[in-house]
Design a protein around this ligand. Structure first.
Ligand SMILES: [Zn+2]
Length: 97
């Protein structure tokens, strides 16, 4: 009987991919909480507030929020000269207005 289970699992992984059955415990690195599949290495994002994996929509919203927005901010180029430049949100100082 186990040979049928092995064949089923083999075909399942070929056609549908990893089922992520062997996961690490949730951990937080760089303000992201996720589990890692020990079979394929995929990161499965996890909510520490609700104690469950995030849905695909929640992962998209999180990645958009972390990507930040690009704003045009004046930067001082020289004495008396200012040119608007594109500044990614990550490189901005958080206390800069
Ligand atoms: Zn996996």
């Amino acid at each position: 009987m186990s040979i049928f289970v092995a064949i089923f699992n083999f075909l399942y992984e070929i056609f549908l991919g990893c089922r992520h059955q062997h996961l690490t415990r949730p951990f937080t690195l760089q303000q992201q909480t996720y589990m890692v599949c020990l079979d394929c290495g995929k990161q499965i994002y996890y909510s520490p507030e609700t104690m469950r994996p995030l849905t695909a929509r929640e992962v998209r919203r999180m990645s958009v929020a972390q990507a930040g927005e690009v704003r045009i901010m004046p930067a001082s180029v020289g004495v008396g000269v200012s040119a608007p430049t594109l500044v990614p949100a990550r490189s901005r100082k958080p206390n800069a207005a």
